[in-house]
Design a protein around this ligand. Structure first.
Ligand SMILES: [Zn+2]
Length: 396
């Protein structure tokens, strides 16, 4: 059995203990002590880190209900007396989040009768799962109420109760463990069975801020940050907002209106641009049709077009073959080149044969339908490509 020093002294960072067992495991040696200040992962709160006899403690686990295992990067011997040291910034952060959770859960319960059915203390944010869905305004109410209890700076007491006593106590949540229990009491605010590490006064939590909500299993999952994490979150949002406001040359509060205006302008410009592209396409199609030549007895249009956009080529070819009796092969003007081959609906020639003839000779790939095929990666000069296409059309 491991004596858990953090049960009664959660702010203690250093301790002396004796190694009572060492067991090899894939993740490192698991060391058991007669007493420990290290918190093992449990009840939604992650484990502490630190050092034990000069070696690093990378994980702390509950081996069973009474024993705590420390996974260390090194070797310790059974019977050895060791000094332990907890990483305080990590522990303190966990204390702020966990105590904040008790206040937030109590506020949801008190304000809306919403019970907490799950808690997870994450690396960046923590979550509580409520048994019912709530509106954004209701969440804000509970958040405000929880912060009121932070600012009133209530004491946070640790109590122990026998199973009999527990039965008659108004606990916020039915306890998971049976038998004698450790209780965390914030008089007049919350009474919960909990093995976690907590601040000694609610003011130490600093601030509780809800960051997001989502529907979850018929209830609501509420993400939140407390204390130092709330400050970090504020700083990061401040930097993002300031950078965005500078880009638009407006005050932060004007950003939503400004972004909406830019989106409206961008949409209007896009509509104009599409209309202009349409006019340009029709104009280019007329110019190309004027230069049609007769190949294989049919009107044929073979040309290189100054574009690197496959959709521009395709649209142009589609416009040209809308007129009966035409064969069309268009290339982009860069190397490697894109290609679109097509023919009018009244002809039977297979455009894919032209495409195949070109890719066999110049590389690249493509595919399509008998009336319209497209490809790319043709590695040749535009003039050579046009010459080859003319030969294929003349032979077809
Ligand atoms: Zn707790």
């Amino acid at each position: 059995m491991t004596e858990r020093l953090y049960y009664t002294a959660p702010a203690r960072t250093e301790f002396e203990a004796r190694v009572v067992a060492v067991e090899a495991s894939p993740s490192g040696a698991i060391v058991e002590l007669d007493r420990t200040a290290f918190y093992p992962t449990s009840g939604g709160q992650p484990h502490d880190t630190g050092t034990l006899g000069g070696v690093r403690v990378v994980d702390v686990q509950e081996l069973d209900a009474t024993r705590v295992g420390h996974v260390v990067e090194g070797m310790l011997a059974v019977g050895q007396e060791v000094g332990g040291a907890i990483d305080w910034p990590r522990r303190f952060d966990h204390m702020q989040q966990h105590s904040g959770q008790h206040l937030l859960s109590a506020a949801f319960d008190r304000c809306h009768g919403a019970r907490t059915v799950g808690f997870h203390l994450g690396q960046a944010e923590s979550t509580v799962d409520l048994d019912r869905d709530l509106s954004a305004a209701a969440v804000a109410d509970a958040e405000g109420e929880a912060n009121e209890t932070v600012w009133r700076n209530h004491p946070v007491a640790i109590r122990f109760a026998t199973a009999d006593e527990v039965a008659s106590l108004p606990l916020r949540k039915a306890p998971v463990r049976s038998g004698a229990l450790r209780l965390i009491e914030i008089p007049g605010v919350d009474l919960s069975a909990c093995g976690g590490t907590h601040v000694d006064r609610t003011g130490t939590i600093g601030l509780i801020a809800v960051t997001a909500t989502e529907r979850f299993k018929g209830g609501l999952r509420v993400s939140f940050v407390c204390g130092g994490r709330a400050l970090d979150g504020f700083r990061s949002r401040r930097a993002t907002l300031a950078a965005s406001a500078q880009m638009f040359s407006v005050g932060e509060s004007e950003l939503p209106d400004q972004i909406a205006r830019h989106q409206r302008d961008a949409k209007a410009k896009l509509r104009e641009l599409r209309a202009a592209h349409g006019r340009l396409n029709d104009h280019e199609a007329r110019a190309l049709a004027a230069g049609a030549e007769t190949l294989g007895g049919r009107a044929s249009i073979v040309a290189s077009v100054a574009t690197s956009d496959a959709s521009v080529l395709k649209r142009l070819a589609t416009t040209l073959i809308a007129t009966p009796g035409r064969h069309v092969v268009l290339f982009s003007s860069e190397t490697p080149a894109l290609v679109v081959a097509g023919r009018s609906a009244d002809l039977t020639f297979d455009a894919r044969d032209v495409l195949r003839g070109l890719t066999e000779r110049f590389g690249g790939r493509g595919g399509g339908q008998p009336d319209l095929a497209q490809g790319g990666g043709l590695d040749a000069d535009p003039a050579d490509l046009r010459k080859a296409a003319r030969r294929l059309l003349a032979a077809g």
